[in-house]
Every structure is written in structure tokens, then in C-alpha cells.
Design a protein around this ligand. Structure first.
Ligand SMILES: [Ca+2]
Ligand SMILES: [Ca+2]
Ligand SMILES: [Ca+2]
Length: 308
């Protein structure tokens, strides 16, 4: 409003009179103010203006917040410079290596796939402010001993880098949880599903609609990043009615962990197998006709999955 007054060469009160269509303003002055309003793109805030006119009491509490959808807005604001600005952009962290991300069409929740090194690939529903645990934890926190046990004995006995060997991992869930770097506003949660030994999931996507039958509406499909298991599997997951968790049919998956016996072993994932020989599935989408489409990177094709 000050800028409008300056440009029009009038006082604030005059601008206010024009904005509120009050008398005692010459048509020439009114026109000048209106031109300045147009030039500056000024939009009067009548709510704010009314505060003064009703004697300062509206029975309304004003609250000034920045970026309420950002879980680390306050944490970032307390840190200097670019560090703070970047922290304010974080939605979730502690996520190791993800090739797949999808939004649940029924709930709006974000789901991701996480690749471990040799152990505990994950499927996760990611909330604002989540710390998924890497490097201290992957898979359920209660399985920390298996994570450490396998990574310290299998293959290169490392976590695909040399700075931080798996011998550094905690020995108990409590110790692992206490070591997590928690920004103010962060929380840890276990994955919705994981595999004890890596099966290298790839692209993920939800089927939206009943084109494949009502039983598949809203279900999650997971492609493979490697062709070792079933020539590139397509796994299928039911989501629970409240859209928060994965539903299972196999009692061995009640713990939401496929306890397979080696990398790329199907043990405990048999009930999830929906298709095979999709190659490296980098994307899974519902098409305009409601069918399921899978992008195969190594085959250079897009597969359409439809009901016969
Ligand atoms: Ca995790
Ligand atoms: Ca390893
Ligand atoms: Ca299990």
C-alpha cells in the first residue's frame, strides 16, 4: 500500500479511501491511485484492513507459519545459511538407494522402494519427517543382528563403500535406534515390508481402477532391478483397508519380512509373484485404459498387462 501511495504521489489515507470506495477523493486523484494499483499489481487485504476498523477485536487468532507441509521447516530455520535452507527442503531421510516411488491414488501417501546392499530391501510408506534409518538400520530395527551378521560375513563384507564398515553396526535394536541422527521433528519407523536377502526391487506403481478385476484396484506392483529372480519378477502387494500397511495371505509374512535364504531367492515371496520375465522393470503405471503398464529397460519395451 505504501508503494501505491508513493507511485501515485498521495498519502496512505488517500489510497485507503480509494480502496474502500470512500467519498472525499477527487476523480483525478482516484484515477491516479487506481493506475498505481494496476501498475503494481496491488491486492488489498480487506481482512487485515477490517482489523483496524472494528476496534482491534475480531475474536480470531492469527497464526503466521512458513511451509506447514514441510516437517523440518522449524529445524532448518534454526540453522544458518544454505544448510538451514536445504534442511527445510527435506521431506524424509535415511533412505538408502531407491529406484521406485509412487503415490497411492486412494490415500495420497508416498510409497518408496529401498535397495539394501546384500540385505533387507524395503517397501516403505513414507510420512513427512520420517528417518528410515540408513546407515544404522535397514529392514525392521528388530532384525539388526541379521543385518549386521550377513553384511559382516557375505561377499565383500562391506556396505558398498569403504568409509564405514558393517562391523560398526550396533548389536541391539535399542543401541541402533539410539544412534540415529534425529532432526527435531523426525521419527523412525520400520518398513511396511522387507526381504532378508536382497532381491533388488525396481520401479513401483499402483493400479488405479478395476480393469484387471476389483480385487486388484489400488494394489501395489513392484518390478525388478535385476533379472536374476524369475527373469525380472512383477510382485503384487495388497494394501490394508486403511491404506497404511501391506496385507499378506502367507502366514510366513505375518512379520512382513520375506525370510529368504540367499540373494534373489524366492522363499516366502511365492504368494507375491504376479508375473515373470519382465526384465529390468523401471516403471509401473496405470494406463488411460486402466490396464497395468511395465517399462522394461533392458528389453526396450513397455508391457501392457490386461485381463483376458
Ligand atoms: Ca528403513
Ligand atoms: Ca554387503
Ligand atoms: Ca517372515
Amino acid at each position: 500500500m505504501r508503494d501505491v501511495a508513493a507511485l501515485a504521489g498521495v498519502g496512505l489515507k488517500t489510497v485507503s479511501r480509494v480502496v474502500n470506495d470512500e467519498p472525499n477523493v477527487s476523480s483525478e486523484t482516484k484515477e491516479r491511485v487506481e493506475r498505481a494499483i494496476d501498475a503494481l499489481g496491488f491486492e488489498p487485504n480487506h481482512g487485515a484492513g477490517s482489523l483496524r476498523r472494528v476496534g482491534g477485536r475480531t475474536q480470531t487468532i492469527g497464526l503466521i507459519l512458513d511451509a506447514v507441509d514441510n516437517p523440518f521447516s522449524a529445524a532448518g530455520a534454526s540453522m544458518p545459511g544454505e544448510v538451514g535452507a536445504n534442511v527445510q527442503k527435506i521431506f524424509a531421510y535415511g533412505i538408502r538407494n531407491s529406484f521406485g516411488m509412487a503415490v497411492d491414488p486412494k490415500s495420497g501417501s508416498l510409497w518408496v522402494q529401498v535397495n539394501g546392499d546384500d540385505t533387507f530391501d524395503e517397501i516403505e510408506r513414507i510420512d513427512a519427517g520420517e528417518n528410515s534409518g540408513w546407515v544404522q538400520i535397514i529392514g525392521p530395527a528388530g532384525r539388526i543382528a541379521e543385518f549386521k551378521g550377513i553384511e559382516t560375513t557375505l561377499g565383500g563384507q562391506n556396505l558398498q563403500q569403504l568409509r564405514w564398515p558393517p562391523t560398526n553396526l550396533a548389536d541391539t535394536p535399542q543401541d541402533a535406534l539410539s544412534r540415529l541422527f534425529m532432526l527435531p521433528g523426525a521419527h523412525y519407523s520400520d518398513p511396511a515390508f522387507s526381504w532378508r536377502y536382497a532381491v533388488a526391487p525396481g520401479g513401483i506403481g499402483f493400479l488405479s481402477g478395476r480393469a484387471l478385476g476389483p480385487q486388484y484396484d489400488g494394489d501395489l506392483f513392484v518390478g525388478a532391478a535385476r533379472t536374476t529372480l524369475e527373469g525380472g519378477y512383477l510382485f503384487h502387494f495388497n494394501i490394508t483397508g486403511n491404506r497404511q500397511k501391506i496385507g499378506v495371505d502367507d502366514a510366513r509374512l505375518d512379520d512382513r519380512v520375506a525370510d529368504n535364504n540367499a540373494k534373489f531367492d524366492i522363499t516366502e515371496s511365492e504368494s507375491l509373484l504376479f508375473g515373470r520375465n519382465f526384465g529390468v522393470g523401471t516403471d509401473v503405471q496405470t494406463g488411460p485404459n486402466g490396464n497395468l503398464y511395465v517399462v522394461s529397460l533392458d528389453r526396450g519395451v513397455i508391457y501392457e498387462v490386461f485381463k483376458k
